[in-house]
Design a protein. Structure first.
Length: 519
């Protein structure tokens, strides 16, 4: 019996005290039937009229979906990207200053002697086998590496054969210039980890050792990150082995002063971005322990600008395993007040205990942590809000630590309470930016508004900057995000303070976002 039949039968029974199959006369039955139908219609009408009131009063109110959920569902890729570009963000806690320079920035700086401190650069565009056969291609002077860039003092010391392999960067043909630009970014499908670790850095050569260019890069980063809504960066850059345009050495203290002076200039201050530095130890070198001792003392001396120490270099080179540095750090900690550590760990393919061992070294933050997912005991330990994993989604895909985003452990960390923040690593070499990281996170992992804003908040909370500045950065972020949310709800995309002027090659290749629409 369906519900309608049930109600009809109930009316018959209750009001006429008859059963539908009782022995009443035909006339009586028709009369009763008409009456019941009328009664039934009235019942249905009154019921339908009253139901909404009854629901409001008795049933729990279903919460409206958050506006960001509806926006995500409806927005095109372009609209979502513009939204994420304009979105206030916190900081970038993990990037290598040399790797964060876009090719066009490098070219502009390298060819402008007025800005770059009077340095002149040459790059290798021909191979003439000047060293004959059997050269050490794995040493400091590979013969077969094209687009290695050197400064004038080094060029002047070459023999005639070698000189003929190089061209002044200013005089490159269009084809050579384009190849030079591509030689320091992962632009081809077959380029990955080996190209990045073994070629890019060697090619940058002397450019990466010019402190004036590095300080310019820092300010260019601050300007670009400011447009994307960031207000804090910690850039990894070093101060040793840095050469003047005449080939003589800068002292590390002089290099720090160059950074300090550049950061004090008006255009740097105008960005509103607070910049601090980390010193990076190349962990697999034979003398890495002595180097760490020197770095620790150096950072201790320059705490106004250097706020932490990192350890870098490919982790599949076992000579840089984390516990190698435990006794050195223990010795240093006996004499020197604590220096925060953010250390690359778990940026490997195989499971191991590098993340656990790195926490044992005293690390406050873990760079990458891709294989932390294979170490459940350490995952449990990291759910206590003290240690943050710096997530680099673009880097991990391009360097083949994941083949597809569904393999990435980021959502598992995020949603099991391990503090995470997004960072850009070597975005110049990926041709990407922080918005790309956010875009990947939202597209691939369906972030909620709370998750999205939590990432930005973490990137400030876990910064190594002094507590007072950190509090101010967090307060500033909270007020910016509140205003952004309200003006977006009131005015939509018209309220965006900035839209991207270009899309990088990563987002173009991966999500077909290639040409920003003209405003
Ligand atoms: Zn890194």
């Amino acid at each position: 019996m369906n519900i309608v039949q049930h109600i009809r039968r109930h009316i018959y029974k209750r009001h006429f005290n008859v059963h539908t199959n009782s022995n009443s006369t035909l006339k009586n039955k028709r009369h009763i039937n008409r009456y019941v139908n009328h009664y039934f219609q009235l019942f249905v009408f009154v019921g339908y009229t009253l139901i909404p009131f009854a629901t409001k009063a008795d049933a729990p109110i279903k919460p409206k979906p958050h506006w960001f959920e509806s926006f995500k569902q409806q927005a095109s890729n372009t609209a979502l990207y513009n939204f994420l570009y304009a979105l206030p963000k916190g900081g970038d806690l993990h990037h290598h200053l040399g790797g964060s320079g876009f090719s066009h920035w490098w070219y502009t700086l390298a060819t402008d002697e007025k800005t770059n401190g009077g340095y002149r650069y040459y790059t290798k565009v021909f191979i003439k086998q000047c060293h004959g056969y059997g050269n050490n291609e794995f040493g400091r002077n590979p013969q077969l590496l094209l687009f290695k860039t050197i400064q004038h003092s080094h060029y002047a010391a070459l023999n005639d054969c070698e000189k003929s392999e190089y061209r002044d960067l200013v005089t490159l043909s269009d084809e050579q210039k384009s190849a030079w630009m591509n030689s320091i970014r992962l632009d081809k499908p077959f380029e990955g980890r080996a190209e990045f670790f073994e070629k890019h850095w060697s090619r940058l050569g002397d450019l990466n050792r010019n402190p004036i260019i590095m300080a310019e890069l820092l300010v260019k980063n601050m300007q670009a990150f400011a447009k994307e809504g960031l207000r804090y960066i910690e850039a990894q850059t070093n101060a040793k082995g840095v050469v003047k345009s005449d080939g003589s050495q800068y002292s590390p203290d002089e290099v720090v002063d160059i950074f300090r002076q550049r950061l004090a200039q008006e255009d740097a201050i105008a960005t509103g971005v607070t910049a601090r530095l980390q010193y990076a130890l190349l962990r697999f070198l034979p003398n890495a322990e002595q180097e760490l001792e020197w770095i620790y003392r150096f950072v201790d001396k320059h705490r106004d600008i250097y706020v932490g120490i990192n350890m870098v270099g490919r982790e599949d080179n076992d000579k840089g395993y984390p516990l190698r540095f435990l006794s050195t750090l223990r010795k240093l900690r006996q004499r020197i007040p604590n220096i925060p550590l953010a250390i690359h760990a778990g940026e490997v393919d195989e499971p191991n205990f590098h993340v656990r061992d790195t926490l044992l070294l005293g690390a406050n933050r873990i760079g990458h942590g891709v294989n932390l997912i294979d170490d459940p005991a350490t995952m449990l330990l990291m759910r206590n809000e003290r240690y943050l994993v710096e997530i680099n989604l673009v880097s991990n895909l391009l360097l083949e630590y994941v083949d597809e985003y569904h393999q990435h452990p980021f959502p598992e960390y995020l949603r099991t309470g391990i503090p995470v923040a997004l960072s850009t690593d070597d975005r110049g070499m990926w041709d990407s930016n922080m918005t790309d990281e956010y875009f990947v996170a939202v597209k691939e992992f369906n972030l909620s508004w709370q998750e999205l804003t939590g990432l930005a908040e973490n990137s400030l909370k876990h910064g190594f900057v002094d507590e007072q500045t950190k509090r101010a950065l967090l307060a500033n972020y909270h007020s910016r995000i509140k205003v952004f949310e309200q003006t977006f709800l009131d005015q939509g995309a018209k309220s965006f303070p900035q839209t991207p002027s270009r899309y990088g090659k990563f987002i173009c290749r991966q999500y077909a976002l290639c040409q920003p629409p003209k405003n």
